[in-house]
Write a protein that binds this ligand. Structure first.
Ligand SMILES: [Zn+2]
Length: 313
């Protein structure tokens, strides 16, 4: 064996050794996800294709804002607005750690700046203004920035006559911002009132879990309220209520199906059908026509304006 051959063989030996390296526990765990409901082990790559819905029992996994954008938006149509808004620390709040430290940790974990991403995009070629809450960031809690982003989204949609869709997933108001986070309930609700008075369409989608201040404001103010199967939605948690009223609650209490049965939501729609149903609702309510009318009114206004400026000269 000459020296050249020896080096060639060594390279092969190294490649072989690399292939044979066993997966680390972390890598192995990332390949598989266990269903919370039926305990089936699911291949993570397949789960992504099935929109993070268990193929065996239809359990809808909790997903983040980015996965939602990928699932609902027409390719490359999502444009984020107010991407750089971040919370300050108005109360100088410290529990076991200062609030700014907690914020940094939350951002590191979720890769997001805040618990909501807002923007505009198209669904089946229909333009919408849309907000995606992410439970993975600070438990999806609503602080002043989440409230402000929701309000600005609604105002933006109103100025452009766009329908609004908000997908909620939240543990409630953000304690660390105290009264300022509670104020967001009134702010978002009042923006929605003016949006409603303008005759525009707001669809609220409730996903697992939606609780507290978000349920008590914009999540339950939709013209149409849709929930994902199995999503738990409520104000206070089940255990708190049981302790307060000293009674056992039904097993399906606060689930999407229970709320549908009791008239609190309009529809329970599985994830695979969400896109088409949203598009149908927008067309059915003529929300896309309003936009066309809006742009023709705007065009007419600007035409009249330019004519009047011409005549005044
Ligand atoms: Zn399952």
């Amino acid at each position: 064996m000459d020296l050249k051959e020896w080096f060639a063989n060594r390279q092969k030996r190294q490649e072989y050794a690399q292939v044979k390296q066993p997966l680390t526990t972390e890598e192995y765990c990332a390949l598989w996800t266990q269903c919370f409901q039926c305990r089936e082990l699911l291949y993570t790559r397949d789960l992504r294709v099935s929109l993070y819905v268990c193929p065996k029992c239809q359990y809808h996994f909790r997903i983040g804002a980015e996965e939602r954008i990928e699932q609902l938006a027409d390719p490359d149509t999502f444009v984020e607005i107010d991407a750089n808004l971040i919370s300050s620390d108005p109360l100088g709040f410290v529990d076991s750690e200062p609030y700014p430290v907690r914020q940094k940790e939350a951002s590191k974990k979720s890769g997001l700046k805040e618990a909501i991403i807002t923007g505009t995009m198209k669904i089946n070629d229909l333009p919408v203004a849309i907000g995606f809450m992410d439970f993975g960031h600070f438990g999806g809690s609503m602080g002043s920035v989440v409230g402000e982003k929701v309000t600005r989204l609604i105002e933006h949609a109103q100025s452009k006559s766009l329908p609004v869709i908000i997908i909620s997933s939240s543990g409630g108001a953000r304690m660390q911002e105290g009264i300022l986070s509670l104020m967001q309930l009134a702010k978002t609700s009042s923006a929605l009132k003016s949006f409603h008075d303008a005759g525009l369409l707001y669809i609220s989608i409730l996903s697992e879990p939606t609780f507290g201040g978000v349920t008590a404001s914009f999540a339950m103010l939709g013209d149409i309220i849709i929930a994902e199967p199995g999503a738990r939605v409520g104000f206070a948690g089940r255990r708190v209520i049981e302790q307060t009223i000293r009674q056992k609650l039904p097993a399906d209490f606060q689930t999407a199906e229970y709320l549908l049965k009791h008239g609190q939501v309009d529809m329970v729609i599985e994830r695979a059908k969400m896109r088409d149903i949203l598009a149908k609702l927008i067309v059915f309510h003529g929300a896309h026509d309003k936009r066309e009318n809006h742009s023709s009114i705007q065009h007419e206004k600007s035409k009249n304006k330019s004519e009047s400026t011409l005549s005044s000269r």
